[in-house]
Design a protein around this ligand. Sequence first.
Ligand SMILES: [Fe+2]
Ligand SMILES: [Fe+2]
Length: 481
Amino acid sequence: MDIINVDYREKIPNNVNLTEDRRVLKALEGWHPGYLNWWKDMGPDGFQEAMVYLRTAVSVDPKGWAKFDYVKMPDYRWGILLAPPEENRKIPFGEHYGEPAWQEVPGEIRATLRRLVVIQGDTEPASVEQQRHLGKTAPSLYDMRNLFQVNVEEGRHLWAMVYILHKYFGRDGREEADELLRRRSGSDDAPRMLGAFNEATPDWLSFFMFTFFTDRDGKMQLESLAQSGFDPLSRTCRFMLTEEAHHMFVGETGIGRTVQRTCEAMKAAGIEDPNDIAKVRALGVIDLPTIQKKLNLHYSLSLDLFGSEVSTNAANAFSSGIKGRFRETTIDDDHRLENSTYPVLKYINGEIKLVDEPALTALNMRLRDDYTQDCAKGVERFNKIIERTGVNFKLALPHVAFNRRIGEFKDVEATPSGVLLDPANWAKEKDKHLPSSSDGDFIASLMKPVMEPGQFAPWISPPKVGIDNKPGDFEYVQIAA
Ligand SMILES: [Fe+2]
Ligand SMILES: [Fe+2]
């Protein structure tokens, strides 16, 4: 078997030797038609016949794993790709630290591991569902292509988790794989499992915020599962991370280009005050305070995805060798965390306080801190863009107590700077910090599709370079007549 290159003669492209694995092949072939039906029902609305310039993974070698070509999305070759095995890999943390990594699921971690795989798997199709109407308002063919690339890859991530379920979890795995196609983002009776994946993605700024913040949460979860003592999960997550990088690129450059355009338009019109919202909006660009509100919303929703700051489930997942820390193997400590502590921000007697907790139960907090640092670097890059244009404004991440529904701060309200507010004052201030319905209406009013090659909607700057080094007027999507 060739574990670097992927065989595309197979019906289900893979590098896991599926032809020799009759039971799993049959199970996946049984699941495939339901997946295609799901894609046709819930994938990009109105563009199933369009020819899209997409990359497909042809290898798991980090250098040059993709090939680009026009493809109709329902014909995209979704496959099963695992990063090559690391020889003699050892479990890098927990009670089994230093033992050989597992190639089968140990009985005692089976239920927990299955749940983690299902939760991860559930987020993948959810985002496709959330984004399915966006093609119709794409600000350019370039952006439309990026959206569809993200969508097909989230579909592939679903395949990745479904393979693990079919291969290692027998009958309950098959049932869970079917359920992943049954739940729907935002549905009342069968919603997706996590809150942020049931929110609407109504416009392109929301999409860019989602790929910046929510896909970055995905990256952190995949990074910690890539450390897993269960080797097949580690390998599948390692390959998913190479795809995930593009999703965050789409988010970061999307927000950056929006900010750039706003600042340039302000400068050209001689508007000095970024808070003169009416004047800025009259230029047909999104004012910076509204971009800040969108950022506040998406960041706070994404923090909820990390779960409670102090969590025995997180401790168990670590101790039992299922889920490690961000860059576990580069951390210089005992990798068991039996005696160490970690500072956790808590709400105690009406005050926000930093308290030392056992490091084992504080693992969600630690991962979230790593995430926040990663987000903050991106925000710094946005501020550099603003600074270079000469506009006097800074974007910032809101305080962790702001707009939370899960964890220590779920029952309080706070401003983005972390000042606690009583409910009456919060009601008065809320629209200053979170997008109001009139902000949403304004953004929606800008969402006019631009489908001429090389043209961009007036609220966003063109990218610096094309995808696959294509020239500016390249037709990234050929829309069927
Ligand atoms: Fe994904
Ligand atoms: Fe993603």
